[in-house]
Design a protein around this ligand. Structure first.
Ligand code: NAD
Length: 295
């Protein structure tokens, strides 16, 4: 029997109708929670509400519109009587501008989605959490916020901001018994890549399914990352098991960022030879000369 870790708990989740957010909704419901599912996708949201009648209440909302976001988060208290957990998760790839081509609208839209909605959502959740005597907030960051090379510039900066925001906010919210943490996922097979490339919902899901079917695995664990890999960490941080954890980020990436690719993929040569300006063959030849001289 599934344990009911979240009985009598109410959660608000943004980006709730797809990928990581959707998996978190299903797991929280399975463990007894009531969930306000927040997303801009109305048809997927209403379907979700119907599927979990009574346990999920859908609110259509574009999280970049802070007035809509406030109403959506306040629905937790007006509809279910309180708020214990907030998962600030909605996101997309955002503007693809480089450091040379500054695009004001693209920059602002990306930061409004990736960091402003996290800050606003948190602020709107605090009054209801204070009335409950505490709460847990989890923000979705990314390994793109930790290192270069994992996402566009505006996206990466937005996700780095989420990580630092989480620390500073934790220092201010702990007095209310509110914990706030971030998760930095690695590559997770969801619709985000397809939708960022302009595919529709079904096509984007097929692309994600393909990554799972091919077990596309650019990580030392050698398997495709899936929404449940992140969702399980979200539930851990939201549960009493995470009660001593605040103001940090947890990387969940199958080890993708433990070191450069050659550190875990033996098909990639180590850059040692390159550092000396030598080819791998010259390095090989050198060891043969040494063997002749000293044996
Ligand atoms: N999939 C990955 O590899 C990966 C890696 C690191 C971080 N992330 C982050 O994880 C989070 C969830 O993404 P996912 O991979 O599950 O993708 P997804 O595309 O499956 O889900 C994203 C959800 O956010 C919603 N959304 C997007 N913009 C919105 C807006 N303005 N208002 C309301 N809802 C909005 C979408 O409708 C969708 O339901 C995002 O913040 C993303 O940046 C994903």
């Amino acid at each position: 029997m599934t344990t009911q870790r979240f009985e009598n708990k109410v959660a608000a989740i943004t980006g709730a109708t797809s990928g990581i957010g959707l998996d978190v909704v299903k797991r929280l419901v399975a463990e007894g929670a009531q969930v306000v599912a927040i997303d801009r996708d109305a048809s997927a949201g209403l379907e979700l509400q119907q599927q979990f009648n009574g346990q999920v209440h859908f609110v259509q909302c574009d999280v970049t519109k802070v007035d809509e976001l406030k109403v959506a988060i306040e629905t937790a208290e007006s509809h279910f009587g309180g708020l214990d957990i907030l998962f600030n998760n909605a996101g997309s790839g955002g503007s693809r501008q480089t450091a040379e081509e500054f695009d004001l609208q693209g920059w602002d839209d990306t930061q409004a989605l990736l960091i402003r909605a996290v800050a606003a959502g948190t602020a709107y959740a605090v009054p209801a959490m204070k009335r409950r005597g505490g709460g847990a907030i989890i923000n979705t960051a990314s390994i793109a916020g930790l290192q270069a090379g994992f996402g566009p510039l505006a996206y990466s900066v937005g996700k780095a901001s989420v990580i630092h925001y989480t620390k500073v906010a934790a220092s201010q919210l702990s007095v209310h018994g509110i914990r706030i943490n971030a998760i930095a996922p690695g590559f997770i097979a969801t619709r985000i890549f397809g939708t960022t490339l302009g595919l529709d919902r079904a096509q984007a899901q097929s692309l994600a399914d393909l990554a799972v079917a091919r077990n596309s695995a650019p990580n030392p664990m050698r398997r495709a990352g899936q929404p449940q890999d992140i969702a399980q960490m979200v539930l851990f941080l939201a549960s009493d098991a995470g009660s001593f954890i605040t103001g940090t980020h947890i990387t969940v990436d199958g080890g993708m960022t433990i070191g450069p690719r050659h550190s875990w993929d033996t098909s990639i040569p180590a850059p040692m030879a390159e550092a000396f300006g030598l080819s791998p063959e010259e390095i090989q030849a050198m060891s043969q000369i040494k063997d002749k001289l000293w044996n």
